[in-house]
Design a protein around this ligand. Structure first.
Ligand code: 5RP
Length: 231
């Protein structure tokens, strides 16, 4: 039976079929996105020309290490395609992302792209979003007030709410953009759009991990083969 690693590799390799010569590519964060980077690097060595824009410092380092040519979003602000992983994917290709802490840059890069393809193994497919805690990137200033305002959002939407400050060992986890992350267990999220809007209305919330209307396709590796889903 294929291991989780093999499934991630299969998804990463299958996404390569969507990469064309000359593309400006947003490159995601996480183990599945990294499988895509390694497969991409082989093509680059064989002569494929692409310009990558990374969604995290971690991905940037890997791309440079394996020889994928990189630019910044400042220099290349419009992208043809972004390939990125996800923590949860529903049947309408609505996503929860940010398990790796890169949600802010991931969302900026995805929004700057004409297309976003999600790469994942079948364990990420869900009927309803919400089993995976939703990462919420917040400003450090006034974090308790922000915490209370998020609890208030959940109360108004009649969702349970359990917030945990993400840690990196003894200290709070700090994102590439210098913010904190609250991992929010809201239970099942029946109306992701309403939750997204309400969270964006909280001033201390920088971004959240609900990706709605951004992914147009998904390449899902299953034990029975790779499935291609469209929104
Ligand atoms: O959103 C992300 C990082 O912020 C990742 O794409 C997500 O956590 C999936 O990671 P993996 O492919 O390792 O399961």
């Amino acid at each position: 039976m294929a291991s989780a690693e093999e499934l991630k590799r299969a998804a990463g390799e299958a996404a390569l079929a969507h990469v064309e010569d000359g593309m400006r590519l947003g490159i995601g964060t996480g183990t599945t996105a990294e499988a895509f980077v390694r497969a991409l690097a082989v093509k680059v060595k064989d002569g494929l020309t692409v310009t990558g824009v990374s969604t995290s410092e971690r991905t940037e380092r890997l791309c440079r290490e394996v020889g994928v040519p990189m630019a910044t979003l400042e220099n290349v602000p419009q992208l043809d395609l972004t390939v990125d992983g996800a923590d949860e994917i529903d049947s309408r290709l609505r996503l929860v992302k940010g398990g790796g802490g890169a949600l802010l840059r991931e969302k900026i890069v995805a929004a700057a792209s004409k297309r976003m393809i999600v790469v994942a193994d079948e364990s990420k497919l869900v009927d309803t979003l919400g089993a995976f805690p939703l990462p919420i990137e917040i400003n450090g200033f006034g974090m308790i007030a922000t915490y209370l305002a998020i609890q208030d959002v959940a109360r108004r939407l009649e969702l349970p709410c359990d917030l945990t400050l993400r840690r990196d060992g003894e200290t709070p986890f700090i994102t590439d953009s210098g913010h904190l992350i609250l991992d929010a267990s809201f239970g099942r999220i029946p109306d992701p759009q309403a939750l997204s809007r309400a969270l964006h209305d909280v001033p201390g919330v920088v971004e959240h991990g609900l990706f709605l209307g951004l992914a147009s396709e998904a390449v899902i590796a299953t034990r029975g083969g790779v499935r291609h889903l469209t929104a």
